[in-house]
Design a protein around this ligand. Structure first.
Ligand code: SF4
Length: 338
């Protein structure tokens, strides 16, 4: 590389700006990262890993997830097998309280610190909220002190307050994609409605968890736009999913994001958000295979979901935990996060 080229080299700039100063990359800078040649991927992942170690440390947060209410959702998110509007094989089902308590105990036993209760709904109704309240109470009565997160769709202020009262410490609500691309993905509600819920969650003192799905027909510019919008939200955690083209959904024939592209995107999101917890969520095995999980952990990721990802099977928890041990990445302990 010539001296002039080195001056404008995006990885060199990112090293000084993100690694040294902790300032995330701009949208224009992220486009440059997302279009880097494959032969610079290793260098990019190395930098993303250094950024993660410098600004987040070596710990990895492990989370378990359970579906309290599956399928039959009235919304039309085009990627989602739980929408009742598409002919997917997912059927509507509820998990009972003993099932929830058992899932929470199993999650705690893996060493996870976070247990997320998820429901496929536009927003919670009275029945769902009272089920969540009873569920949290039963988990505590079981002697389980795991931190509880919820993902129940869009909320009113009253519902936000109710969740705080129940002891929900983190709320997940994904922005899913860039604001400019959202109307192509969902037509039954807006990106701004999702944003409003997240603002209320933050103001009420719960931790904010919000991410999305890569590979839904967005352009490279929109991927960069999305990363910058997430950075602006300043979430505590960003779950990154890669599209699983679920049968019956409008996206069933979309191509799977290729491994190198997925890793480049993970690294770019790390360079946009040096301090945020970046979590590997759904679609990981499909795009990256087993080895890719390891590459991601060395390329900016510092949190994982163990076990099942709602309706798509992930690999067994033990495999992920072994991988973390091999990589000498300690699991974040519960008492550190309280
Ligand atoms: S609101 Fe959630 S569960 Fe419902 S269709 Fe959209 S992503 Fe799926």
């Amino acid at each position: 590389m010539t001296a002039a080229a080195e001056k404008t080299d995006i990885l060199k700039i990112a090293r000084e700006q993100v690694l040294e100063r902790g300032v995330g990359l701009s949208q224009e800078q992220l486009v440059q990262v997302l279009t880097l040649e494959d032969d610079r991927l290793e260098e990019l992942l190395g930098l993303a890993h250094e950024v993660r170690m410098r600004w987040c440390g070596p710990e990895v947060e492990v989370e378990g997830i359970v579906s309290l209410k599956t399928g039959g959702c009235p919304e039309d998110c085009h990627f989602c097998s739980q929408s009742g509007r598409f002919p997917t094989p997912v059927r509507s089902a509820w998990l009972d309280i003993p099932g929830l308590v058992k899932a929470a105990r199993q999650t705690k036993d893996t060493g996870a610190t976070e247990f997320c209760i998820v429901a496929a709904v536009r927003g919670p109704d009275k029945r769902l909220l009272s089920q969540v309240r009873d569920g949290i109470k039963a988990i505590r009565e079981d002697g389980n002190d795991i931190q509880i997160a919820c993902s129940l769709g869009m909320l009113t202020q009253e519902q936000v307050d109710e969740l705080v009262d129940m002891g929900c410490h983190r709320y997940n609500h994904n922005l899913e994609t860039a604001r400019s691309h959202f109307p192509n993905v969902v037509t039954t509600h807006s990106w701004d409605e999702r944003w409003e819920t997240l603002q209320m969650v933050r103001a009420a003192g719960m931790e904010v968890c919000s991410g999305g799905i890569i590979g839904m027909g967005e352009s490279i510019e929109q991927r960069a736009e999305f990363a910058v919008q997430l950075a602006e939200l300043e979430p505590d955690e960003v779950p990154m999913n890669f599209l699983i083209p679920n049968p019956g959904t409008p996206y069933e024939n979309y191509p799977i994001v290729e491994g190198a592209e997925a890793l480049r995107t993970v690294a770019a999101f790390r360079l946009a958000m040096p301090r945020t917890m970046l979590r590997f969520a759904g679609g990981r095995e499909l795009t990256l295979g087993d080895l890719g999980a390891e590459q991601g952990m060395l390329g900016g990721i510092n949190a994982i979901i163990v076990g099942n990802y709602l309706t798509n099977l992930g690999r067994p928890a033990s495999q992920d935990l072994e991988m973390l041990a091999d990589l000498k990445m300690p699991i974040k302990a519960l008492n550190e996060t309280l």
